[in-house]
Design a protein around this ligand. Structure first.
Ligand SMILES: [Zn+2]
Length: 127
């Protein structure tokens, strides 16, 4: 493969990744949004005094996926995380949730969003 062929291939790969379906809005690969009455949502609503299932604004492009052990991974993919979001994530971690923020796993708009992953605590944890 010559240089031009390599570049064409690299660009095609990048474009395919950028165009890959996001679970939050793709019709064929849609995953459900976060639970409103369990998962991290109730603790976040309490922190912010929110009602009627509302969630903090950083919970953007949310979906959840079931892990092999039957528990849920809650994911959202915001464009930015401000100090309130960081305080929320720290408080969830204190409650026993496993929190990860990853640039490389973002699927909503790769390169522009980050994937915030909140995983269910082990059985018996205090949520
Ligand atoms: Zn999306």
């Amino acid at each position: 493969m010559n240089d031009s062929g390599f570049l064409t291939s690299a660009v095609a790969e990048l474009e395919a990744r950028l165009a890959s379906p996001c679970p939050c809005h793709d019709r064929d690969r849609h995953l459900p949004p976060w639970h409103r009455s369990k998962g991290p949502a109730p603790a976040l609503r309490t922190r912010h005094g929110l009602t009627n299932g509302a969630l903090p604004r950083w919970v953007d492009h949310d979906y959840r996926e079931r892990r092999d052990d039957g528990t849920w991974r809650y994911v959202c993919e915001p464009y930015w995380l401000h100090e309130d979001a960081l305080a929320d994530l720290a408080s969830l971690a204190e409650l026993g949730w496993h929190v990860t923020v990853s640039a490389t796993r973002a699927r909503h708009f790769p390169g522009h969003t980050v994937a915030v992953e909140i995983e269910q605590p082990e059985e018996g944890a205090s949520t």
